[in-house]
Ligand binder design. Structure first.
Ligand SMILES: *[C@@H]1O[C@H](CO)[C@@H](O)[C@H](O)[C@H]1NC(C)=O
Ligand SMILES: *[C@@H]1O[C@H](CO)[C@@H](O)[C@H](O)[C@H]1NC(C)=O
Ligand SMILES: *[C@@H]1O[C@H](CO)[C@@H](O)[C@H](O)[C@H]1NC(C)=O
Ligand SMILES: *[C@@H]1O[C@H](CO)[C@@H](O)[C@H](O)[C@H]1NC(C)=O
Ligand SMILES: *[C@@H]1O[C@H](CO)[C@@H](O)[C@H](O)[C@H]1NC(C)=O
Ligand SMILES: *[C@@H]1O[C@H](CO)[C@@H](O)[C@H](O)[C@H]1NC(C)=O
Ligand SMILES: *[C@@H]1O[C@H](CO)[C@@H](O)[C@H](O)[C@H]1NC(C)=O
Ligand SMILES: *[C@@H]1O[C@H](CO)[C@@H](O)[C@H](O)[C@H]1NC(C)=O
Ligand SMILES: *[C@@H]1O[C@H](CO)[C@@H](O)[C@H](O)[C@H]1NC(C)=O
Length: 626
């Protein structure tokens, strides 16, 4: 008896090990009894004698890759019998409901798992195969597939494709790239940096432009990849044919899945995922507005707020959001037992370390929930407040030290929200000059970061951030503590590049005019010493060109996002020279295209293009037909 059950156990374990190759069966938690998928139950449903008819299956949302390492990379696709998403909820107490025999309601979702093969090769024709495998997916994980491609060489381009087992029903061909080995000398790496892509506010042209230019190695996303709102509450999708589904505010697992599925119909987003490996982190809207460890802006954790929030508890909504995020985004879960952990780092040769933080969902102290702004203002300088929690904070400071000790040339720190202090008192009528939902509401955490950098002589730091829907470029300084000369930049310990939104609207007015936007930036740049350039008008993104001697930041603005197009304007270019720890002077060469440059000029080059929807100033664009 004993021997026999051992044998059964080990064969189940073997099968599970194979099945577990689809990492989504293990996220967000492998061992948590309420959050894990019971893989053995999925295996039981498998009937190899009657596989899916390949003609009944579709690769519904393209391919994606992400979290590149020197020898491996994550590959993603979705293949299923329907482009709709799985409607079964993962119950708090246990496993995915199979199907309801009484109502026959979930017959479709309880079908046998889908078998998929994948290939990774050095050539587009997929002749020089370096890795391949077989994986399964099923309704339990919304027919998503996430595998780790292995046996790869550092800093090398690869092509990959999935197919339904034993058939020529194939996915689109993807391209990806590994990172250099930590000890490798690399002279140059290019990144595109994004945040705040809101489907009903506009087309994701910003994602497509680096694909059309083939201008970067990797794509970073600093969060707000999706928004949880109902169209109309925030967004005018009905005017541009982009109402995100489901057409309501999202709470359930199905809701979050459906929302990702809608976003992944944008052709420029699909193209970016297909062409570049992504390294994403979430901000608040992947769950809901102004989330922190224990809640969000529309939640008071009371019985009535619970009912108002769709009858889904804070924890359940967050876990729905987190599960869908791991299912749909091509990232690794670096610690399987910590289901909220996405903070992680990458060593990109000797050139730089990339430290991606989670200042939002993991362990953030209470934030501005709009009705408590005065209170958050009062406590914003409390020593006990943290945006990350002590575990992540310690990890963060250690990463900075380790990076400096190993002599990596640069440290790039990805933060959801803007790190530098920004006094917006004019705009907000002198009442609450700071954004307490950004680092300004967690001054002790910012001080600990700055003190760690200054006290340990950790140099060549580039902070990158999103969240604010506007562009802010600052010297990285410890105001009121370390002397700083805004003319020369002396006293700074690095630079912050905060980027505008892919499509989310300007925080100073959704349809603000260029003239009004520039009036605000004139005040903001004058009121904040370390703020060297700001633009509020343009939606856009920036590229970082990182080399052994300098980091260049190139900001691009999109003349219009109400249609799909490839127009873009070069707004400003910045240089940070090695060991300077500040923006090179004259900042941006003394001239920018838009916004306000401290001590410099704004010159519109006034090339115009008629988009058919009005005339736009465009200084640089590519007329190649999409
Ligand atoms: C698969 O995609 C094709 C082409 O878009 C479509 O005609 C077909 O209905 C889809 N099949 C399923 C099962 O969704
Ligand atoms: C999933 O949860 C939502 C919200 O609680 C509920 O409306 C829906 O009926 C649930 N679906 C299933 C299959 O339990
Ligand atoms: C939360 O509580 C505050 C203070 O009592 C109140 O002003 C606010 O309206 C409440 N918000 C919700 C969503 O219940
Ligand atoms: C913000 O600027 C206003 C106007 O210059 C000033 O009165 C106020 O003290 C500043 N607040 C902070 C927190 O720096
Ligand atoms: C943080 O540093 C500032 C000086 O920039 C100081 O005014 C403030 O009191 C410090 N706060 C804490 C909690 O250390
Ligand atoms: C802003 O522009 C959008 C898109 O053109 C339009 O749908 C919306 O009504 C405008 N909003 C206001 C307040 O003018
Ligand atoms: C930025 O640099 C590029 C060359 O890399 C140049 O074409 C562009 O005009 C510059 N933009 C500005 C605003 O100076
Ligand atoms: C560009 O256009 C603006 C606004 O119409 C105008 O004030 C400015 O003189 C023009 N600049 C050039 C160089 O033509
Ligand atoms: C103009 O805008 C409409 C939607 O408002 C869009 O369908 C159309 O493609 C746009 N035309 C151009 C040339 O951008």
């Amino acid at each position: 008896m004993k021997l026999q059950s051992l044998a059964i156990l080990s064969s189940v374990a073997l099968v599970s090990a194979n099945w577990a190759k689809n990492l989504n069966y293990r996220s967000p938690s492998e061992h948590h009894p309420g959050l894990g998928i019971a893989i053995h139950r999925v295996v039981k449903r498998n009937d190899p004698a009657s596989p899916w008819d390949p003609a009944k299956l579709n690769f519904t949302h393209g391919v994606a890759s992400g979290d590149p390492y020197p020898n491996s990379v994550i590959l993603w696709t979705r293949v299923g019998p329907t482009s709709d998403n799985d409607k079964s909820n993962v119950t708090v107490s246990g496993y995915v409901p199979l199907y309801n025999h009484d109502t026959d309601e979930y017959v479709a979702v309880s079908k046998s798992p889908v078998c998929v093969q994948y290939k990774v090769a050095t050539d587009k024709a997929l002749n020089q195969v370096v890795d391949s495998g077989t994986v399964y997916t099923s309704s339990d994980i919304d027919y998503t597939i996430k595998v780790e491609a292995c046996n790869l060489k550092p800093y090398t381009t690869y092509y990959y494709q999935f197919n339904v087992c034993n058939s020529n029903n194939v996915s689109p061909l993807g391209r990806t790239k590994t990172t250099p080995h930590a000890d490798d000398d690399v002279t140059n790496v290019k990144l595109a940096v994004y945040s705040c892509s809101n489907f009903p506010f506009g087309f994701f042209n910003a994602y497509g432009n680096p694909v059309r230019k083939d201008s970067v190695d990797y794509v970073l996303h600093l969060g707000d990849y999706i928004y949880e709102y109902k169209n109309g509450d925030y967004g005018w999708g009905q005017t541009i044919g982009r109402v995100p589904l489901p057409d309501r505010e999202i709470y359930t697992l199905y809701d979050y899945r459906k929302r990702y599925a809608t976003y992944r119909t944008d052709l420029d987003l699909l193209a970016s995922h297909q062409q570049f490996p992504w390294i994403p982190v979430w901000d608040d809207h992947e769950v809901s507005d102004n989330t922190y460890r224990d809640g969000a802006s529309e939640l008071n954790n009371t019985e009535s707020s619970f009912i108002g929030d769709g009858g889904v508890s804070v924890d359940q909504r967050k876990m729905n959001a987190v599960r869908a995020y791991f299912e749909w985004m091509p990232l690794r879960q670096v610690e399987m037992d910590d289901n909220l952990r996405i903070w992680r780092s990458f060593s990109i040769g000797k050139l730089f370390d990339l430290i991606m933080l989670d200042t939002r969902q993991y362990d953030r102290s209470i934030t501005d929930l709009y009705w408590n702004t005065d209170y958050i203002h009062e406590i914003s300088n409390d020593a006990g407040r943290s945006m990350m929690g002590s575990r992540q904070e310690h990890w963060f400071y250690n990463q900075l030290s380790k990076s400096s000790k190993r002599d990596a040339t640069w440290r790039i720190v990805g933060s959801q929200t803007v790190f530098s202090r920004i006094n917006e008192s004019l705009a907000y009528g002198n009442v609450d000059p700071l954004d307490y939902d950004a680092w300004d509401g967690y001054q002790a955490n910012r001080n600990r970061t700055l003190s760690h950098l200054y006290n340990n002589n950790i140099y060549n730091n580039i902070f990158i951030s999103g969240d604010s829907h506007a562009s802010w470029v600052s010297d990285l300084v410890w105001l009121d503590d370390k002397p700083y000369d805004m003319k020369t930049g002396a006293g700074a310990i690095g630079v912050e590049f905060a980027g505008s939104a892919v499509s989310s609207p300007c925080p100073y007015g959704h349809n603000i005019s260029l003239a009004n936007a520039n009036k605000y930036t004139q005040w903001l740049v004058a009121a904040n010493d370390e703020l060297q350039w700001s633009d509020l008008y343009y939606r856009g993104y920036y590229e970082l060109d990182i080399s052994t001697t300098a980091v260049l930041a190139k900001y691009f603005g999109l003349p219009t996002v109400v249609s799909r197009n490839n127009y873009e304007i070069s707004l400003a270019n910045f240089t940070v020279n090695l060991n300077d720890n500040k923006l090179a002077r004259p900042v941006a060469g003394g001239i920018v295209e838009s916004g306000t440059l401290k001590g410099g000029k704004t010159v519109e080059t006034n090339l115009t293009v008629d988009t058919g929807n009005g005339t736009w100033f465009v200084s640089q664009f590519n007329l190649e037909v999409l």
